[in-house]
Design a protein around this ligand. Structure first.
Ligand code: NIG
Ligand code: FE
Length: 406
């Protein structure tokens, strides 16, 4: 299937690797698509089916490098408790929070998880998310962690979005304690490797969650099995684990709201990607990560949602970019690169998505806005005029100002 997007004002980063120069190229051209892939970008007209994108901005599809899909159930009562001042970590320590979603996920079937996951990914797609990371972490035992990862595998065959799978068995400490749980986690990791159910291993190292010593050993074990590494670090408190995870070679360290300079320096030495999740800071009424400081130290920054039933239920890249620009001192260009190319690299997809270039998948958003500053300025998905997902065309007629351009 050949297709052309004509006269698009293309705004994109370039390359397959995370960058910290945040340069967006802007030029008008025709994008030629064949079998879901961008094959050429030039001035030519090839006489195939086309979409006239005159007056529209073409952006690479957003990549969400950190979600907690798939989950079932809800925690609205906990949200109301927090709105009255009770802390996230205190609810977790008292056996609520993540543990309450674990109860729901253990009762759910693989089909329940697949259906819920597809529902949320569908919401994300309408917001321009064409690739996403999905995690386990609501099973916390062999059977249910594997169940979650199997659900992710099925989800990835049922959506055209690119899905990357992460094992987050070390998400909350079960009653048996972290030491005894380590043995279970090792068995899970071996099984997951054998069945190829996850590419990354992640850990929640924080107050009320896993200790620094445990998290170091756990990631080391994951590394020895050949997994790529990630960590939830400095989300609620600073315990230095961002530095340790970076030294262990983590692809990304995520959250970083409370990170310090020595951690940032280590990350810049190791080219670790900082995945910042401002929606969670906003939702928990916590500090935002020091994005400008991290960027100025040469660390490539990516942005994601952290969409989950507890610490953040927002999922819009438009709102994330609004917060990044309005509260974290990022420029619009930095935020766009962070939510496209750098986010793709944070989940190992830098060669396939994240920019509009020949050789990459045709995951493209057409935005009906006069400039990219409209993304943080008026952060609604209604500015998306059309989405190309793996070359497949989705139209948003609500954004249509008068005529159908196809
Ligand atoms: O990234 N920090 C740990 N995990 C999630 C929250 C998950 C939950 O509350 O269910 C987070 O904030
Ligand atoms: Fe998270």
């Amino acid at each position: 299937m050949n297709f052309e997007i004509r006269n698009a004002k293309i705004v994109t980063a370039r390359g397959n690797e995370a960058v910290n120069d945040y340069v967006l190229e802007t030029f008008t051209a025709n994008i030629h698509i064949s079998n879901g892939c961008i094959v050429a970008i030039d001035e030519q007209i090839r006489g195939v089916d086309f979409f006239d994108a005159s007056g529209l901005i073409a952006l690479p599809g957003f990549v969400d490098p950190h979600t907690h899909i798939p989950f079932v159930g809800e925690r609205s009562k906990e949200f109301i408790m927090r709105s009255k001042g009770i802390k996230y970590a205190d609810i977790l320590k008292a056996g609520g929070g993540i543990h309450s979603t674990v109860d729901d996920v253990r009762r759910a079937s693989v089909d329940d998880l697949v259906n819920a996951g597809l529902k949320y990914l569908g919401w994300m797609l309408k917001n321009g998310v064409t690739s996403a990371e999905c995690k386990s972490g609501y099973g916390l035992d062999f059977e249910n962690e594997i169940k979650q990862l199997e659900a992710i595998k099925i989800i990835s065959t049922l959506t055209s979005q690119n899905i990357v799978s992460t094992f987050l068995g070390a998400h909350a400490i079960p009653p048996k304690g972290e030491k005894a749980f380590f043995e279970d986690l090792k068995a899970m990791m071996k099984e997951i490797k054998e069945k190829n159910l996850a590419e990354f291993v992640d850990v929640f190292c924080d107050e009320g969650a896993f200790s620094v010593d445990f998290s170091r050993e756990y990631l080391n074990f994951a590394k020895s099995l050949g997994f790529k590494l990630k960590a939830h670090a400095d989300e609620l408190t600073n315990n230095g684990f961002a530095k340790i995870a970076s030294m262990l070679g983590a692809t990304s360290v995520d959250h970083l709201a409370m990170c310090d300079e020595s951690e940032i320096n280590e990350m810049s030495k190791n080219k670790t990607i900082a995945v910042l999740l401002p929606l969670t800071s906003f939702y928990l009424k916590n500090k935002f990560a020091p994005a400008a400081k991290i960027i100025n130290s040469g660390v490539p920054v990516a942005l994601g949602s952290d969409f989950n039933p507890g610490s953040n239920t927002f999922y819009s890249p438009f709102l994330t970019i609004h917060l990044a620009v309005n509260y974290m001192g990022m420029t619009t260009a930095q935020a766009i690169v962070a939510h496209t190319l750098n986010a793709a690299c944070a989940i190992g997809l830098g060669e396939r998505v994240g920019s509009i270039e020949p050789g990459k998948r045709a995951d493209i958003l057409l935005l009906d806005v006069p400039s990219i500053d409209y993304i943080p300025y008026m952060p609604t998905n209604e500015i998306i005029r059309a989405i190309f997902l793996n070359g497949e065309f989705f139209e948003n007629r609500n954004s249509l100002s008068g005529k159908n351009k196809k």
